[in-house]
Design a protein around this ligand. Structure first.
Ligand SMILES: *[C@@H]1O[C@H](CO)[C@@H](O)[C@H](O)[C@H]1NC(C)=O
Ligand SMILES: *[C@@H]1O[C@H](CO)[C@@H](O)[C@H](O)[C@H]1NC(C)=O
Ligand SMILES: *[C@@H]1O[C@H](CO)[C@@H](O)[C@H](O)[C@H]1NC(C)=O
Ligand SMILES: *[C@@H]1O[C@H](CO)[C@@H](O)[C@H](O)[C@H]1NC(C)=O
Length: 420
């Protein structure tokens, strides 16, 4: 665990939801002109081309091989030594997954010691996206007419290929301007963030088995935070609730026992229950994502199940999920200990990130990330362009200026991490 003093306790943060609604309006075209037009940075064309190539390749979780191959051939042309890290094929809760690859890249350097020296800062995001594929589109008739407020849309244009592109350009710029030593940074683009977190977990395991794991001082994670520095995000855990009853003729309910009835009473209690809140993360929230049960209208149901998830605002990363599980179990026991059972393991409590850096607005996020999947004693930063509120929608989009601001943001964060 990191000592709490490392983190700024920013209790009165605006909720992600409030901060983002104005952003959506801007994206809807109502407020675009009010944003001051910044001069185009020298890397605009290069950044947009990188982003476009990434978004044009479909890379829905489980199908990341083409985008990994693209980065494996593209990054060397920008001066990076690049490796593919193979995750073996496996059968998972998300079905069969073929062999896939994380991409690891280090800036090439003339200094003889460089690439073999362990990196101190990891700059990372994910290559996979949620379905369905949505083609790339930039809202300008010609490249001359692109401005900071030009809108780019498409699946992954925000989550998280905006981060991937901005991170690549930021590290390239820092090394080229000699603001940092090439050997100090490493880029990592993982698979599976949107599903199992298996890409980051695999990388983390591989790092633990090497001596270079101890050298990592900081990891900068790219996710849509509207270019604000996240002070952390809620935890999450999943639960599967089963109810067992006794089948019978629906005309004689006293001769059977309705599993759906028991389940509904349990779910009602769960919805009413206060799972706890904290100043930083707000309320713990519940989602009943799936319900199944029974066989016909005139049969007393023997079985029923519900799949739920909870976004956790209490406890710490290690114990938060267990605290919530305990509360769930006691609710089920109270309602009907014989009929109800809970299957739930894993998950994590709220994840803290370092957010005390001059020049950044801060926020907290309600979504999960790969931050808890990288083991080690490093400081974590969470930052990236675009809004989570459009990230998984049909209208996923951001402005050219958001991407460019993120390049500058990542540059600042890498320098901050190396100097801290
Ligand atoms: C996945 O499961 C199938 C069917 O059970 C099996 O044939 C296959 O070998 C498994 N693959 C892996 C990689 O475990
Ligand atoms: C780069 O490394 C050299 C030698 O280790 C060191 O003296 C120098 O301060 C470093 N430069 C930066 C920008 O970190
Ligand atoms: C870590 O160091 C080992 C050698 O000790 C090297 O083979 C491996 O590639 C390094 N891992 C990364 C991700 O740099
Ligand atoms: C948090 O939960 C309390 C009840 O415990 C409720 O009054 C409040 O409106 C909730 N806050 C939000 C932001 O949903």
């Amino acid at each position: 665990m990191k000592p709490l003093s490392q983190f700024l306790l920013c209790g009165l943060l605006p909720s992600a939801g409030l901060a983002s609604s104005s952003y959506q309006k801007q994206l809807g075209g109502l407020d675009l002109d009010s944003k001051p037009q910044l001069a185009a940075p020298s890397y605009r064309k290069h950044l947009l081309e990188t982003h476009k190539q990434l978004v044009e390749i479909s890379s829905i979780s489980g199908h990341e091989v083409p985008v990994a191959n693209f980065l494996h051939t593209y990054l060397p042309t920008l001066g990076f030594e690049t490796w593919l890290q193979a995750l073996p094929a496996s059968n998972t809760s998300w079905g069969y997954l073929p062999e896939r690859y994380n991409v690891v890249a280090r800036p090439r350097s003339d200094a003889s010691h460089s690439s073999s020296a362990a990196a101190r800062v990891l700059v990372t995001s994910h290559m996979d996206v949620v379905p369905p594929y949505i083609p790339y589109h930039i809202d300008a008739p010609s490249s001359e007419e692109i401005t900071g407020s030009t809108i780019i849309s498409g699946r992954g244009s925000v989550d998280a290929k905006a981060s991937v592109a901005a991170q690549i350009i930021a590290v390239e710029e820092l090394v080229a301007s000699k603001a940092i030593n090439a050997s100090d940074v490493m880029l990592l683009f993982v698979v599976g963030e949107e599903t199992l977190g298996d890409g980051m977990r695999f990388f983390s395991d591989s790092l633990q088995s090497h001596s270079n794991s101890t050298s990592l001082k900081a990891a900068i994670f790219g996710e849509p935070t509207e270019n604000k520095l996240a002070c952390g995000h809620k935890g999450i855990t999943f639960g599967s609730i089963s109810a067992k009853g006794k089948a019978g003729h629906s005309g004689y309910p006293w001769l059977g026992k309705s599993a759906t009835e028991v389940l509904i009473r349990a779910l009602g209690k769960i919805l009413e229950h206060d799972f706890g809140k904290s100043e930083r993360y707000g309320n713990t929230t519940v989602n009943i994502g799936k319900i199944e049960g029974g066989v016909a209208a005139n049969v007393i149901p023997k079985e029923a199940q519900a799949e739920i998830s909870l976004r956790i605002a209490i406890g710490d990363q290690k114990n938060g999920a267990d605290i919530i599980r305990k509360q769930l179990k006691s609710i089920l026991e109270e309602v009907d200990s014989e009929a109800l059972s809970l299957e739930s393991k894993g998950g994590y409590g709220p994840v803290e990130c370092f957010c005390d850096v001059d020049g950044f607005e801060t926020m907290v996020a309600n979504y999960g990330t790969d931050v808890p999947h990288l083991a080690g004693d490093h400081v974590s930063y969470l930052y990236g362009p675009g809004s989570i509120l459009v990230a998984h929608g049909d209208d996923e989009a951001l402005r050219v200026g958001d991407l460019e601001e993120a390049v500058e943001g990542y540059k600042k964060l890498v320098k901050h991490a190396l100097e801290a």
